[in-house]
Every structure is written in structure tokens, then in C-alpha cells.
Write a protein that binds this ligand. Structure first.
Ligand SMILES: NC(=O)c1ccc[n+]([C@@H]2O[C@H](COP(=O)([O-])OP(=O)(O)OC[C@H]3O[C@@H](n4cnc5c(N)ncnc54)[C@H](O)[C@@H]3O)[C@@H](O)[C@H]2O)c1
Length: 259
């Protein structure tokens, strides 16, 4: 049976844990080459050593996506280790839990640097190669925060809205040149980021239970459930999907209120 991602060479950010690591596992299993990026070098090396892949199909490099020069160098390394990059998954992101008037300027700047500019730095580094070779796929891991708001998470949703704008701008700009750019919007996912969110409440156990109860199905997503959607979106199984945002939230964002 043909592997679904045979011939894909993916530059994947935020790959050391959570959704990124689940994407790496799922994509390797379907025949892709994966080059893993994370700013946490120790965690990244540990994660990569737990994965198995044939020679030339897996590489990793510690880099911060806010550092454009480091990302350009990492794309060069990826090309040497797994071959020219033809897919990018902008997964690295960070949360800020504040209110508009409490958020510091430093939090505002870092939030936009990581959640928006980081995705642009990586896109800018891979796009010339994709255009020169006739195409590619970029997937931005957005969020239901890209179109809804949870109070006291400012300014994370502002940046995730902007990430959708980046997705659509690049998608329309390069639609005629074989590059597809899409976004995937998870709701709550069982990762360290979600744990950090629950820990921001005085009673994290109660906060976790409240989150589960919000969901029509009574639970949140696993990282693998998000990874499977990402795998589909960068595969050749959806060649006309462009400038889209696929919501994977168990139906939560369609719920007006519980019965
Ligand atoms: N977990 C959720 O509930 C959830 C929901 C919706 C969207 N998301 C989005 O999914 C993506 C992954 O989330 P997760 O829950 O797996 O997060 P996570 O915190 O578990 O992992 C994120 C990884 O990104 C890395 N990273 C952060 N900033 C970086 C930077 N500047 N450069 C390089 N690496 C960096 C971290 O070191 C970490 O390993 C994020 O964009 C997040 O906003 C998560």
C-alpha cells in the first residue's frame, strides 16, 4: 500500500512535545521526511531519539522561530539532511494569560513574535524553494482563538486571528504557483499548554473538569487527533483546499449553550 506522505519533506516547528511531536510521529508513519525544530534543544533531542525512521528521513535542529537567520540556516540543514523542503507546518506557539490592561508590552511583543512573526519567518524561508520547484504546502496551526475569544487569555487570540490573516494572504498570493496555504484550528487539546492554562486557575482540577464539561462530547482532543487532521491537510488528498481553516474542536465552537 502507498504511504500517504511519500515524497513529502516537512519542516515542522514546535516539534519537541504536544501536537508537534504527534504530527512528527503520524507523518513519519506515512512515509514523510520530517525535520523537527524547537527552541528547547534538550526536549527536542529526547523527542527525536524516541522516533524511528529510515536514514535520511528524520532530522532535528534547535532554533527559535523568532530568529529569522537561525530559521533560514535550519531550512538549509533540513535540505541537506532530508532533501528540499516541500511542506511546512508552523506549529510552535505560546500562550499568554492576561487581561488587556494587565498584559505588559513585553508579553504583547513576545506573543506576536512567536505566534505570528515566527510563522512568517519560516514561511519566508521555505517559499522560494517551493516556488522554484513548482509547489508545496504550508499549514499553520491556528486555534479556535482565531475566531472566538476566551476572556483573560489576552493577547493570544489577537495573534491567532492575525495568523489566519497571514494564512489567507499567502494562500491567495501564491495560489497560481502550486503552493497551498491553510490553517488548522484545534479547540482544547490534551498537551502541556492546556495543563498550563488549567494551572493558571486557583483550582486546576476544577478548571480541567469545567473544560471537559464545556464540550458536547464531554472530552477534549488528543494530540494525535489533531495530528491526523494536519497529515491530511499537507497530503495530496486535498489538492484544491487553499486559504481554508479546518476546525477540529469536537463541535464546541458551534454550541450556543448547553441544552
Ligand atoms: N493545546 C491546545 O489546547 C491548543 C489548542 C489550540 C491551538 N493550539 C496550538 O497548537 C500549537 C501547539 O500547541 P501545543 O499544545 O502542542 O504546545 P506545547 O506547549 O505542548 O508545545 C509547543 C512547543 O513549541 C515550542 N516553541 C515555543 N515557542 C517556540 C519558539 N519561539 N521557537 C521554537 N519553538 C518554540 C516549545 O518549546 C514546545 O516544545 C500552538 O501553536 C498552539 O497555539 C494548542
Amino acid at each position: 500500500m502507498t504511504e500517504r506522505l511519500s515524497g513529502k519533506r516537512i519542516f515542522l516547528t514546535g516539534a519537541a512535545q504536544g501536537i508537534g511531536l504527534a504530527i512528527a510521529e503520524a507523518c513519519l508513519a506515512e512515509g514523510a521526511g520530517v525535520f523537527m525544530i524547537d527552541r528547547d534543544g534538550g526536549l527536542l533531542r529526547n523527542a527525536a531519539s524516541g522516533l524511528s525512521a529510515p536514514p535520511g528521513r528524520l532530522g532535528h535542529c534547535e532554533a527559535d522561530i523568532t530568529d529569522a537567520a537561525a530559521i533560514a540556516a535550519a531550512v538549509g540543514r533540513a535540505s541537506e539532511e532530508i532533501g528540499p523542503v516541500n511542506a511546512l507546518i508552523n506549529n510552535a506557539g505560546m500562550n499568554v494569560f492576561s487581561t488587556p490592561l494587565d498584559a505588559s508590552e513585553e508579553e504583547w511583543n513576545r506573543n506576536f513574535d512567536v505566534n505570528v512573526k515566527g510563522a512568517w519567518n519560516c514561511s519566508k524561508a521555505v517559499l522560494p524553494g517551493m516556488l522554484a520547484s513548482g509547489g508545496g504546502a504550508i499549514l499553520n496551526i491556528a486555534s479556535t482563538h482565531s475566531f472566538t475569544i476566551i476572556p483573560h487569555t489576552f493577547p493570544y487570540p489577537v495573534a491567532k486571528h492575525a495568523l489566519l490573516g497571514l494564512t489567507r494572504s499567502l494562500a491567495l498570493e501564491y495560489a497560481g504557483q502550486g503552493v497551498r496555504v491553510n490553517a488548522l484550528a484545534p479547540g482544547y487539546v490534551e498537551t502541556q499548554k492546556a495543563v498550563d492554562y488549567w494551572n493558571s486557575f486557583p483550582d486546576p482540577v476544577a478548571a480541567r473538569a469545567r473544560t471537559m464539561a464545556l464540550h458536547p462530547g464531554g472530552r477534549i482532543a488528543t494530540a494525535r487527533e489533531i495530528a491526523l487532521a494536519a497529515l491530511f491537510m499537507i497530503s495530496d488528498e486535498c489538492p484544491f483546499m487553499n486559504a481554508a481553516c479546518l476546525v477540529v474542536d469536537g463541535g464546541l465552537s458551534q454550541l450556543q449553550h448547553p441544552a
